[in-house]
Each structure stands twice: as C-alpha cells, then as structure tokens.
Design a binder for this molecule. Structure first.
Ligand SMILES: *Cc1c(COP(=O)(O)O)cnc(C)c1O
Length: 412
C-alpha cells in the first residue's frame, strides 16, 4: 500500500510483517495498537537477537576468561558503540547502560546531592513526566535547593520568556523533556540548553519520547545529560541509556555500589572503576543491551526521516478526522508535535471510552499519563491518548474513528 505520493517508498505493509504481535486479535478483533507512547512493539529482528543470546552465548560479562563470556562481553560493548554512534556521543564510555529513563534520571539526581546546597536553584518544565519531577524533588529535600517551574500555555508550549526570568547565577540544573509524552509537544531544547549554559547550569534532557521519532545528536545539542528507554524504541523493557558528558560523569559519584564498578576493594578504602563501569554496578541486563543495539539497527535501516514523515502524516490524518467528531477537544496543539493525540469527548470519562475501544480491539491509554501537573493545568482528570508509530496505518485510524463514534453513541 502506498500511503501518500510523498511517502511512496514507505512500505508500511512490509514493515508490519516484522511485528508478530500486530497479527494477533484482541477481544475477537484485529489488534489496533495505539499505545506506543507507553511502550512500542518489538520486531522479529530484535526478538531473534534475544532468542539467539539465550540460546547460544548467555554468560556474565567482563569477568570470565571463557569463550561465552568473551562473546557476551563483545556483543554488549558493540551495542554500547552502536548507541554511541546513534546519539553521536564523543566517546563510548559516555554511554551508561541503565534500566531505563527513570533509572538514568535518578542516577544523575542522586549524583548531585553532594554538589548542591540551599542557595542553589533548579528548573523543571510544566510538561514533565513524573519521573523527571519526583527524583529532583527528592534531591531538593536532601539539599535544600529550590525548584522552579517553566510554565506552559494552552497549546502545550513552554513559555520561554518565563524561563529567561527564572535563570540566574544560582541556577545549577535544568531538566526538561525533548518531547512531552502527554501532549506530543516538541520542546526547543537547543535553545533551552544554550540559555542554561550562559548561566553555567547543566541540562538533563528526558528523551524517552523523542528517541522513537527523531535521532538526537548530543554533541550538536551540547546537552550535558540525555536519557531514554529502549522499550519505546522497538527494544525490550528493563534497559535504557544515560548519555553524560565525560566531565560530568567524572565529577558525579557512583550511584550504586557493588561488583563491576570498583577498581580495588579493601575494608579500609575502595577505589572506583573507570567510566562507564563506575555507574554500572552488578550484573547488567546483558541481553537487553544487545537487543537495544539491534533495535537501533532496525530503526536506522528504515530511517528516521522516513519515520518522521510518515508519522506526521498519520498525525495530521487522525487529527483532522477526530476534530470532525462533535465534542472532541484535543489537548496539546503545539505547532511542533509528534504523533501523540490527547483528547476528550464532551464530558464522557476517558476510562469509559478506553474500555469500549478495548472491546473493539483498540489499545489506547487513558488517565493522567504520569503527568498530573499537565492535567491540573487543563483542569481535567485525564485524557484518552492515541499515539502512533511507523507501523500504524491510515486504515487503523479509520477503524479507530468509526469505533470511537460508536463508543460515544453508546455513552451519551
Ligand atoms: C515513558 C517516559 C518516561 C519513563 O520511562 P521508563 O521507561 O518508565 O523509565 C519518562 N519520561 C517520558 C517523557 C516518558 O515518555
């Protein structure tokens, strides 16, 4: 099927064949998976890598002299290099494997404990996921530092003139997402980073929602820390990465103590291992790391430009059809946004619509999307969120729209 003339080469039918889960039925209907902002699906190519690992070379890494351990170590370190190349980090040891975005943010927030005091100020945005709010609040509790918030407007854009006012000589850290998971807004992070650097503040960007759709260049952005989760980029759960500039990773103390992260241990004193191992205590998710690398290979083979073009078309198509339904209100109408649509229909509770859509085989998210401050801003308890990936189709959107109309009829 050719989606549009512009995307004549984007063969979504052949791409869909890579995803076994897209062939299953839910409640007797073909699955329509529109909960991609919560987790993406996994292509056979990545599943094969996982099966191959456990079938052929499962071993602990960096420790054994035996062949299996060498093979596993090589594959794991090769994955680190793939991630380095993908994000254009200057050095492989600036890539730290984590269990995901949440872990990466906690690692950094914990590391700043000994570097801050009550005079210091931190800046967060109004558009954040709870995992980019709570670890910093905990840091403020430990250090006495103050937390300021860049406000948002009705469209779901950040108010950067307020950001200018918040920045000052005491600002030590700014943390903001690249793309909002609740609204899809693409934030102007390059500008946010540049401005923070003029006052000497470091910036952490939560890339959980951007990495499925665009390919960030951490050196071009000049970002200090960048975090993401593999499970939103066609990889498995339980693995992610933290990019940190070498100078920061050298400055921050380790997060967890244990095996793998030490150079020498005595009961008097322990010295820590070099980067990246200083931050990778214990046996890591070896298979997950290797599969993360394979997921990036898969996405890069399709190409992020092609992915973004196609997803933008899905977004425009679905937005137009949704707005034709009476009572639909879309939250998050920023000019620059990705394929996430948060909406409500009249006064119908999002949960009721979500439940009926599930009966028709459609997976959407309902609720606050781990971003309660955004819901508070709009004074709503939650929304229905449909989020698309490159393996979704216009036909699925058509079915979603007609099913939504049915659900609304039943509930009004
Ligand atoms: C999903 C998400 C997170 C949390 O990711 P985990 O994989 O649960 O750690 C954080 N921020 C944003 C913007 C997200 O979309």
């Amino acid at each position: 099927m050719n989606v549009t003339e512009k995307n004549i080469d984007f063969n979504v039918e052949s791409i869909r064949k890579d995803f076994p889960i897209l062939r299953r039925e839910v409640n007797g209907k073909p699955l329509v998976y529109f909960d991609n902002a919560a987790t993406s699906q996994t292509p056979q190519q990545v599943i094969d890598v996982i099966v191959d690992y456990y079938s052929n070379y499962n071993a602990n890494i960096h420790r054994g002299v035996h062949s299996l351990s060498q093979e596993a170590t090589d594959a794991y370190e090769l994955a680190r290099q793939k991630i380095q190349t993908h994000f254009n980090a200057a050095q492989p040891h600036e890539i730290i494997f984590t269990s995901g975005t949440t872990h990466g943010i906690n690692l950094v927030a914990n590391g700043f404990t000994s570097l801050l005091n009550e005079k210091d100020e931190l800046i967060v945005s109004a558009l954040e996921h709870h995992s980019n709010i709570v670890p910093w609040q905990m840091l403020c509790e430990r250090t006495g530092a103050k937390l300021h918030v860049i406000p948002m407007n009705q469209n779901g854009d950040l108010d950067l003139s307020e950001y200018d006012k918040l920045l000052g000589p005491n600002t030590k850290l700014v943390f903001v997402n690249h793309i909002s998971n609740a609204l899809g807004t693409i934030n102007p992070i390059k500008e946010i980073i540049n401005k923070a650097h003029t006052v000497g503040a470091a910036v952490l960007v939560d890339g959980a929602q951007s990495c499925p759709h665009i390919k960030p260049d951490v050196q071009d952005l000049d970002v200090d820390f960048y975090v993401c989760s593999a499970h939103k980029i066609c990889g498995p759960t339980g693995i992610g990465m933290l990019y940190g500039k070498e100078k920061w990773l050298k400055t921050l103390p380790p997060y967890q103590g244990g095996g793998e992260m030490i150079a020498e241990v005595t009961f008097k004193k322990t010295s820590y291992a070099d980067l990246p191992h200083k931050f990778e205590a214990g046996t890591p998710n070896v298979c997950g790391g290797i599969a993360f690398g394979a997921a990036l290979d898969y996405m890069n083979a399709i190409g992020f430009d092609a992915i973004a073009n196609y997803e933008n078309e899905l977004l425009d198509y679905a937005t137009k059809l949704l707005l034709e339904i009476e009572g639909v209100k879309i939250y998050g109408t920023a000019k620059k946004k990705t394929s996430v649509i948060s909406f409500n229909v009249g006064n119908i509770h999002p949960y009721d619509i979500g439940t009926l859509l599930d009966k028709m085989g459609i997976a959407v998210r309902t609720g606050h999307h781990c971003a309660q401050p955004i819901m508070d801003y709009y004074q709503i308890p939650g929304t229905i969120r449909a989020s698309f990936m490159f393996y979704n189709t216009r036909e699925e959107i058509d079915y979603f729209i007609s099913s939504l109309k049915k659900a609304v009829l039943m509930l009004s």
